[in-house]
Structures are given as structure tokens and as C-alpha cells.
Design a protein around this ligand. Structure first.
Ligand code: ADP
Length: 661
């Protein structure tokens, strides 16, 4: 069978995937055994009681820290307070002590004593000298005022004798310091000046004449300097007298207020002594809220910084060095409260950080658990996949083995088939030879019988001396021999194996050649020949054989249309298609190929033509030639009537030659 111009090479691919076949399909997910957890259990995080315990711990720690900070700060304040009390006691001793001896010294002055003892006239004469002396003393020691009081309690000489507000002439007999001086030799008290209205500390000494007290010398000291020196931000320092009244105070508003509730008797005595210039001594609003230790307590007092508000102070006190006074210091506890807040904030911060870390750790653990779960799921999926792959591989292996067996069986069958085919071919060849022998016998026997008869007749004519008839017989013998020679030459052409050299041959030229051969017949038989072949397409063929093929096909077509009503023959050739194929067709308007002939058309000795007109070798030879070109010939009847022969050539690239087999 012919091969046609189907694609000549088919790429056989073993399968790119085969290279990956040996690779492991699944890489097992390992996993650190230390991180293995029970992934089937849900990770719940920190339990409620854990948080509750942490909350209790937090409350305890915060309370302890606040308490500790408070106690440390108050201890530190108490230390400061103790130091302040020592300092104020020392300053009281040094500041006031230096004035205490002044009245005693004045009392010993002769001029003073003489003044007290003198008659009124003499006294008038002595007074300026005493006033001048007192003025000098007052200036030298830096006291507020120095004065001399007679036995009736009237001030008769004073350092401020020449001042607008002078003590001279004032009666101080009701003043405790005068009373004490006359009675006990010395007097001392805090009070407000009856003339000046200025608070001060009064020291007094009796002036004696022998054993009798004839008057008293007194010095008044201002405590302003002391108060200024003691003033410290956030602190208050006060000196409280035996009545519980504030007599020295770094807070001006607190002065002459009482820290203790006073009995009506005490109020009356105070009014009588005009100690506080007749003022009603008001209570200093305060509240004791707790004890710190033996020497200190916590009290709420008017705020030192903000008027109208209160604040907590650490209050410490100690007896003053002289007399029955008490020194008190009040230290603001705001710093301690700040320390408390700081401690609270610190503990809260630490707990918050710890809580955040715990939450982070819980979250992290949760993420790890989720990750491990995912790994576990992946591992299981991989295991399953491996099992599936193993099963499939086993099935494939089995199928492969089955296929191998089938291939072997098929090979055996093929071998058997090939043997059978060879036998059939052999038998076919024998049949063809037999067929050929029969045809030849038939074709040659008739002329041979005729020649024999003609020769016998010729001899008879020669014997009868009729040479003209004899010669006519011999001529007929010669014609018969010629036709026998044609027959044998056709056989020779059929028998010859087509050894051709294929080159690029123009189809148009081969057609033109055939047309030339049949030119007179086409014209005589009035056949319309449509040739639609461009000069372009060249095909792989051998020039003379291609001409022979076209001549054969055109000859058959002319035979077919000879008795037809319309006699049309058309020849076409396509341009090379994508697969490099040139399709040549020859159509005719004849009766078409007889159905019983169609199946054996290309076999030798198949013919429907009358004896002597066809041997049935034309298409057999054509088919062999076409096959030799590597082309393919087919025949079919057209729907519109007539036959169509098609040859599919391999298109040749111009200028290129190729050697055929
Ligand atoms: P021959 O021409 O000697 O018969 P061929 O092999 O050329 O031998 O043709 C074989 C037969 O094919 C012909 O006898 C004819 O019946 C049939 N045949 C060939 N070409 C045509 C055609 N164009 N139309 C119809 N029949 C055809």
C-alpha cells in the first residue's frame, strides 16, 4: 500500500515525568519529640483559679508595697522631725537665752535703783539718764524694748521713752511676768504688747533694795527673726505655752490659737492677765488621725500651701529648754503619699507586665499547639497518601506485568500473523502468476492460433501460386507479432521495479506533456479539458515516470468520457498545505468506476475494457510508480457523477533534490 504524504516523523516521548519517578513522593515531616504535645486535647490556657491567685497575690503585694513605702517615708520624715526639734530647741536656747540675763543686769544698775528710790523731783532729774541707759542697752542687745517698772506695776522708764508708742506710764501690774518677778525674783512669758499689739517674749527681774523688791526690769524680745529662721517649705514649727496656746509659729494665722480645749477658768485667767491683749483664744482646727510612735502622730491640719483646705502632717513635739513650753514640728506627708502611689504604680506595673507576659506565653503556646496539630494532620495525610501511592503503585506494577504479558503474546501473534501474511503473499503471488499466465495464454494464444492459420494459408497460397494473398497473410502475421510485442513490453514495464531518483518536478509540466500526447484525440472527441494547475507546485518525483502516470490517468479519463453526453476532464493541484502535502486531482464526467472494480482497481489485470483495448495493467503500474515517489493514489466516484483520482505528493522545496529509495 502507498504511504502518501502523512507526517514522516512522529516524536515519541517516553514521558518527562519518568525522570521524577524515582523521587520520593512524600517527605516525612519529622518533628522534635520535645515539642510533642497531645494535640487531640484543646489547649485551654491559664485556668480561672490561676488568675484568681494572681489577683490575690497582686492585692497583697500592692497593699504590702504601699504600707512599706508609707512606713519608710514616715520613718524618714520622723528622723527629719527629730532633727528639726533638736535644732529648734538649740536655737531657742541660744536666741532667747541671750536676752534672759538682760533684766537682771538692768536691775543691778545703781542709776535704776536710785530712780526707784528717789523722790518725784529727784526722779524727774534722774529719769533722762536711765532712759538713755535703757535705750543704749536695748540697742546693744537687739531686743524689742527694755523698761523699768515701779513696785506698783507702772512703767517709769523705757528704752522707747521717746517713741510714739512708749511703755512709759503703762501699768503692767496684772502681767504675770511682773507678778512673778516681784514674787519669785524672775518672770517670763509670751504675750502681746498692750500698747504696741505686737507679740513678744517678756523676761523680767526684780529690782531689789536689800531684800525688798522695789520694782522690776523687763525686756521684750521679738520672735519674728526666730520664726523666719524656722520657716521651711512643707513644714510648720510652733512653740506652745503651758496654756496650750501657740506663741511662736512659722504660720502667722496659727499664732495665739489653742491646740487644747480651754476651761472657762483658764479663759478667765487669760483675760485677766491680758496675756494675749484681751483676745479670745480660738482653737486651731485639727484632728488626730493616728499615732506613729511615742514621739510622733499623724494629724489633719489646715493646709500650709492651699488656704481653706486640710492636709495630713506628721506631728512631733518636745519640751522647750526653758519653762513649760513645748516645741512642735508638723511635716507634710504628701511626699510619703507620693512614695505610696509610686509603690502602688510600680507593683501594678510589674503585675501588668507579668500578666501581659503570661498572656503572651499562653498565646505562644496556643500557636505552637496549633502548629503541631497542623503538622500532625499533615503527617497523617502524608501517611495516608503514602499508603494510597503504595496501593496504586502495586496496581500499576500488576497492570504493567499484565501489559508485558500481553505484549509478548501480541508479538507472538504478530509473528504468527507475519508468517501467515507471507504465506498469503506467496499464495497471492502464485495466484497473480496464475492469473497472468491465464491472461497471457489467452492474449497470446489467439494471435498465435491466427498466425498459425495465416502461415498455413500463406503456404497454401504459395503452393497455389497466389503470392499476393500469401504476402497479405504475412503482413497480417507481422501486425499480430507487433501487437504481441506491445503486450510483452507492458508486462516488462509492470515487472520492472521502479528505481527512481526523486527530484523536484513541476506538475504543470508533466500535465502539459500528457496534454500534448493526447492533443489530437481531445480535439477529435470534443473533450473539454480544464487544467487549473499553477506553475508553482513542485513535487518529489521522477520526471518521465510522473509523465507516464499523468498520461495513464488522462488516457483512462478520455476512455471514460468517450461515450458520455458531456465530455469534461478537469485537473487541479493544490498549494502545499501545513503538512507539506500537494494534492493533485483528475476528475471526469464519465460513468464512474464500476463498484465491483473499485475495490480491486489498482490490482493488475483488472479491466472492464473490451479485449484488445485494455490489459488492466495501467493503474497497477501507476500505483507502483506513485508508491515509488513516496506518494499516495486513491480513486473514488464523485457525487455529481464521474470518477476522481487523487494523488497526494510530498511537496518539494524548489532547487533541492533528494535521492529516492
Ligand atoms: P485498462 O485501461 O487496460 O483497463 P487500467 O488499469 O488502466 O487498465 O484500468 C482498469 C479499469 O479501471 C478500467 O478497465 C476501468 O474499468 C476502470 N477505470 C479506469 N479509469 C477510469 C475512469 N476514469 N472512469 C471509469 N472507470 C475507470
Amino acid at each position: 500500500m502507498t504511504r502518501g504524504c502523512a507526517p514522516r516523523t512522529r516524536r515519541r516521548d517516553g514521558g518527562a515525568g519518568a525522570s521524577g519517578a524515582n523521587r520520593p513522593l512524600i517527605e516525612r515531616q519529622g518533628g522534635d519529640p520535645s515539642t510533642r504535645v497531645n494535640v487531640h486535647r484543646r489547649y485551654k490556657g491559664i485556668p480561672w483559679w490561676g488568675w484568681a491567685a494572681a489577683a490575690v497575690l497582686y492585692v497583697g503585694a500592692a497593699a504590702a508595697a504601699v504600707e512599706f513605702a508609707w512606713s519608710r517615708a514616715i520613718d524618714a520624715l520622723a528622723e527629719v522631725g527629730a532633727h528639726r526639734l533638736d535644732l529648734y530647741a538649740a536655737s531657742l536656747t541660744s536666741e532667747l537665752g541671750r536676752f534672759e540675763m538682760v533684766p537682771a543686769l538692768v536691775a543691778r544698775q545703781d542709776s535704776v535703783r536710785a530712780l526707784l528710790k528717789a523722790s518725784p523731783d529727784e526722779a524727774r532729774a534722774r529719769l533722762p539718764a536711765v532712759d538713755a541707759y535703757l535705750e543704749a542697752v536695748n540697742r546693744d542687745v537687739g531686743s524689742g524694748a527694755v523698761d523699768v517698772i515701779d513696785a506698783h506695776g507702772t512703767v517709769i522708764a523705757a528704752s522707747n521713752w521717746n517713741q510714739p508708742v512708749s511703755f512709759v506710764g503703762t501699768n503692767v501690774s496684772y502681767r504675770p511676768y511682773f507678778i512673778d518677778a516681784l514674787a519669785q525674783g524672775r518672770g517670763r512669758f509670751f504675750g502681746i504688747g498692750t500698747n504696741t499689739g505686737i507679740p513678744g517674749l517678756y523676761f523680767a527681774s526684780a529690782i531689789r533694795d536689800g531684800d525688798a523688791a522695789i520694782g522690776a526690769a523687763a525686756v521684750k524680745v521679738s520672735v519674728d527673726a526666730l520664726e523666719s529662721a524656722w520657716r521651711t517649705p512643707g513644714e510648720a514649727a510652733v512653740v506652745v505655752d503651758s496654756n496650750g496656746v501657740v506663741v511662736i509659729s512659722t504660720e502667722p494665722e496659727w499664732k495665739f490659737t489653742a491646740l487644747r480645749a480651754m476651761t472657762p477658768q483658764q479663759q478667765r485667767e487669760i483675760q485677766a492677765s491680758r496675756q494675749y491683749a484681751g483676745r479670745i483664744v480660738e482653737a486651731l482646727p485639727h484632728r488626730r488621725v493616728g499615732d506613729w510612735n511615742d514621739a510622733a502622730w499623724i494629724g489633719v491640719f489646715p493646709d500650709l500651701r492651699r488656704a481653706g483646705r486640710t492636709a495630713r502632717y506628721l506631728v512631733m513635739s518636745r519640751p522647750a529648754p526653758q519653762g513649760q513650753d513645748t516645741i512642735m514640728v508638723l511635716l507634710d506627708t504628701a511626699g510619703a503619699r507620693r512614695q505610696q502611689r509610686l509603690a502602688f504604680v510600680s507593683v501594678t506595673g510589674v503585675f501588668l507586665i507579668a500578666a501581659l507576659y503570661a498572656l503572651y506565653a499562653v498565646q505562644r503556646r496556643r500557636v505552637i499547639v496549633e502548629k503541631l496539630k497542623a503538622q500532625e494532620a499533615l503527617r497523617r495525610a502524608n501517611d495516608q497518601l503514602e499508603t494510597t501511592v503504595a496501593q496504586r503503585t502495586a496496581a500499576l506494577t500488576e497492570a504493567n506485568a499484565r501489559m508485558q504479558r500481553e505484549i509478548i503474546e501480541r508479538e507472538h501473534t504478530e509473528q504468527r500473523l507475519r508468517a501467515t501474511q507471507q504465506e498469503v503473499v506467496h499464495a497471492g503471488k502464485l495466484a497473480v502468476i496464475g492469473q497472468m499466465a491465464a491472461a497471457l495464454t489467452h492474449e497470446l494464444n489467439q494471435p498465435l492460433v491466427a498466425i498459425r492459420t495465416l502461415c498455413d494459408n500463406a503456404r497454401t497460397f504459395f503452393e497455389r501460386n497466389q503470392p499476393a494473398q500469401a504476402i497479405a497473410n504475412l503482413e497480417r502475421v507481422a501486425r499480430l507479432v507487433d501487437s504481441m510485442a506491445v503486450l510483452t513490453s507492458e508486462l516488462k514495464a509492470f515487472a520492472r521495479k521502479p528505481e527512481v531518483e526523486r527530484v523536484a518536478v513541476s506538475l504543470a509540466e508533466a500535465v502539459a506533456h500528457a496534454r500534448l500526447i493526447y492533443e489530437s484525440r481531445i480535439r477529435d472527441e470534443a473533450v473539454r479539458l480544464d487544467v487549473r494547475i499553477a506553475p508553482g507546485p513542485t513535487v518529489y518525483a521522477e520526471s518521465s515516470q510522473l509523465q507516464q502516470v499523468i498520461v495513464n490517468l488522462l488516457g483512462n479519463a478520455l476512455d471514460a468520457v468517450r461515450d458520455a453526453s458531456t465530455r469534461v476532464i478537469a485537473m487541479d493541484a493544490s498549494e502545499p498545505d501545513a503538512s507539506g502535502c500537494v494534492r493533485f486531482t483528475i476528475d471526469d464526467s464519465g460513468p464512474g468506476i464500476a463498484p465491483d472494480v473499485l475495490a480491486h482497481l489498482f490490482e493488475p489485470f483488472v479491466t472492464t475494457k473490451p479485449r484488445g483495448q485494455g490489459l488492466g495493467l495501467g493503474l497497477a503500474i501507476t500505483s507502483r510508480i506513485v508508491e515509488g515517489f513516496g506518494a499516495r493514489i486513491t480513486a473514488a466516484n464523485r457525487e455529481e457523477g464521474g470518477a476522481r483520482f487523487t494523488i497526494e505528493f510530498a511537496a518539494a522545496e524548489p532547487q533541492r533534490t533528494e535521492h529516492g529509495r
